[in-house]
Write a protein that binds this ligand. Sequence first.
Ligand code: COA
Length: 156
Amino acid sequence: MHVIYPGSFDPLTFGHLSIIERASTAFQKITVFVALNPNKKGWLSVDERLHILRESLKSYKNVKIDTGEGLLVEHVKRLGGDIILKGVRSVYDLQQEQMMAEANYEIGSEIETLVFLSRFQFQGISSSLVRQIFALGGEIDAFVPKGVSQFLKSKK
Ligand code: COA
């Protein structure tokens, strides 16, 4: 089973990492897919997000990284993926995911979406929270892997 785990990863957090780690033991192959929205200027550049992912995930031998614009389902097909994986932290996330899963199923020739429920300790983490705390000079080590905080601090 080849699982595609899409997101913005702007930046990668412990929440994302937990989902990737769990998926890497449950499935044969995982592709972490950085989905690009040309209308949305990211906080980190695509290259920076990819660099962080490569560095943070290099010990997971069955995890690959990819990126692209356009419809996710087209990339799932291009990559030979079997299923889309999402992480869900709350009822709010679930509602969002339900809409996206339905759309992807309709436009993607019945590509299924699987959700992993976030572990309790990661339910309050989001990339926007990390961006805000970092911008205000706060400590982000509780939210992101060490390599990510080092990278962000080195940019300052
Ligand atoms: N733990 C911690 N945080 C998590 C998380 C987890 N398990 N899962 C999601 N998040 C957070 C992210 O950090 C992010 O936080 P932020 O809003 O504070 O930045 C937020 O949830 C949204 O996640 P994001 O990574 O942006 O992805 P998403 O789950 O909203 O999905 C795409 C968005 C990119 C996958 C989706 O828009 C897509 O498929 N785009 C391609 C275009 C397309 O095909 N559109 C039609 C699809 S319906």
